[in-house]
Design a binder for this molecule. Sequence first.
Ligand code: ZN
Length: 450
Amino acid sequence: MNYLTADEIEARLDRLASENPGLCSKIPPVPLFTAPKDPADAPPGVPGRTLRILKIGLPAAPGKTKTPVLITGGLHAREWAPPDALVSFCERLVKEGLGPAPQRKPRPLRYPLLVVPDRPMPLPSMPVPAPLVKAIFEELDLYVVPLCNPDGRVYSQKQPTGGVDFARWRKNRARTRDTLPCPPDKYGLDQSVGTDLNRNIDVDFDIDQFYSRDFYDEGWVHTAKDPCGTPIPQPPLTSVMDVDGESYHGDNPFSEAETQVLKNLIDNVNPTYMADCHAYGPTILHSWGTLDIQSTAPEKNFRNPSWDGQRSNTGYGEYVPPDLAATAENIAGQMSWCIELMKRGYPPSPSSAGAYEVQVSAQLYAGAGIADYLMSRQYTVPVPPDFRIDVVPPARYPFTIECGSGRENGFWPLRSTQFPKIERELHWGLWGFLKMAAAPHATIPFRAGP
Ligand SMILES: [Zn+2]
């Protein structure tokens, strides 16, 4: 069995929306945009794809406001597992979560026993309890974009030919300012096309202005300033990747049709919680992606011009108010705990090898992603002389889930044998995430059983 194509993902989401009116809708109902295509991918005149955004939830009870939540996946083309897992997550929630119309009573979902190759114990059969399903439908407006980079996925799923490994493709397929081809990279790919959609945001877009020169030159920032890649004068550190053209941040912030859609969605929906699903980890990351966080110096922040050109991992950390930082870490911890709960039954073992590790994004490498855009929107505009910032409530909680692992084939887990476990991990990370969004103070009785 193979990974879903972009066409198959779109068809599955369209079917889910049309079969469940009122519960799951495609927004907006007309195509959002025509993605600018590389002529090599589509002849002129062929319309581009549209992003499918599903809105899942029951109508709000009178006098009640629902909490908006955003779940995204597939920004990076080569990360094949998350979009498939998000499609199945939406289908499970909508098809199994509520009984038939018109009563539509929330009911528990059940994951059957799953035998995992090379693992002594199968994953136990586990229910998602009805109270959680009910809370998700009644308390949340869920916006899900399982595939944010359809053009990139089409390219990434092409059969390798002539020494070109298309599967490695990370960016979208739109043109950039570079009109000439780049020299082929080590996978035979021409990086003059495409923008890394998870770098195309405004927080640290001007790399030279935002970070200190040394910090960039030492290879800590995983963002290319030029389509063909930005050479790092000093050898890259072992903890970071090469900054080649695959991480090109685009010609301008939000220059890409795909990121414009996501920006508009975030601006209009104003989600309190966000989970952006990537591969691979296994890790659960919370903001910031720029630099590690601190909670004592509000003047050390991404908007303070006094720090321009000086931000590095010495003497600087992005300010996050202490209560917000603690809550974000707690939610990420609950997500990780929920994955362990699913894997081992109840009670979970407190520390287990291979568990999803909770980290600040910047502990992986520096570079703001789309989750950080949501993070950035909640802060006050700092004023001189001290340029302190604070949060305008409600606080926002964006996360990045890196699912799967290098031991499970990294970006391309085998679909029939390795993917089912990773799919289940991502689902349970999301159940934990939605539990914290929908019913943060409730006790939900998870119980493993037949
Ligand atoms: Zn990614």
